[in-house]
Design a protein around this ligand. Structure first.
Ligand code: NI
Length: 161
């Protein structure tokens, strides 16, 4: 188990387009294990590789629906509906902003054995998938938000991704 350092807004790695994973190897496996550890340690519901300074197209997501999953080289196949809610990001600590996203997404991805898989999400799960996939293209949620970042109030809780 290893916790990696989370990178914050303003750091170059968060603004870059990440490269695809070509093959699964020990280095990638260790990275993904560390991403799970880092996400859970930070009490986040999602984490993308550039948030720990690695420019690869990998995300881990656990929105507490008993179905955590990794996304490797994900591509959106379908999106529909609309949802608007507050969003937070581990790389933008203490901030929140309202973001409108698709309510449903269907994604083509790869699993830990690099087999192609189809993953669907609705509601928070779909929101997290879109938020994390944006990280892979160097996009922070503030760029899609309906308003500037607000300070998170002391009594306010938000799922950070
Ligand atoms: Ni984020």
């Amino acid at each position: 188990m290893a916790i990696r350092q989370i990178r914050f807004i303003g750091e170059d790695c968060l603004g870059k387009v990440c490269k695809p994973v070509k093959q699964m190897n020990d280095r990638m496996r260790t990275l993904i294990e560390d991403m799970w550890d880092t996400m859970y340690e930070s009490r986040g519901v999602g984490l993308a590789a550039p948030q720990v300074g690695v420019l690869r197209r990998i995300c881990v997501i656990d929105v507490m629906d008993d179905d955590p999953f990794v996304l490797i080289n994900p591509e959106i196949l379908e999106m529909s509906g609309e949802q608007t809610d507050d969003e937070g990001c581990l790389s933008v600590p203490g901030k929140v902003a309202s973001v409108t996203r698709a309510d449903y997404v269907k994604v083509k991805s790869y699993d830990m054995d690099m087999n192609e898989v189809i993953i669907e999400g609705e509601g928070l799960r779909a929101r997290a998938m879109q938020h994390e996939m944006d990280h892979l293209d160097g996009i922070l949620y503030g760029e899609r938000a309906n308003e500037p970042y607000r300070d998170l109030e002391d009594d306010e809780e938000i799922e950070e991704e």
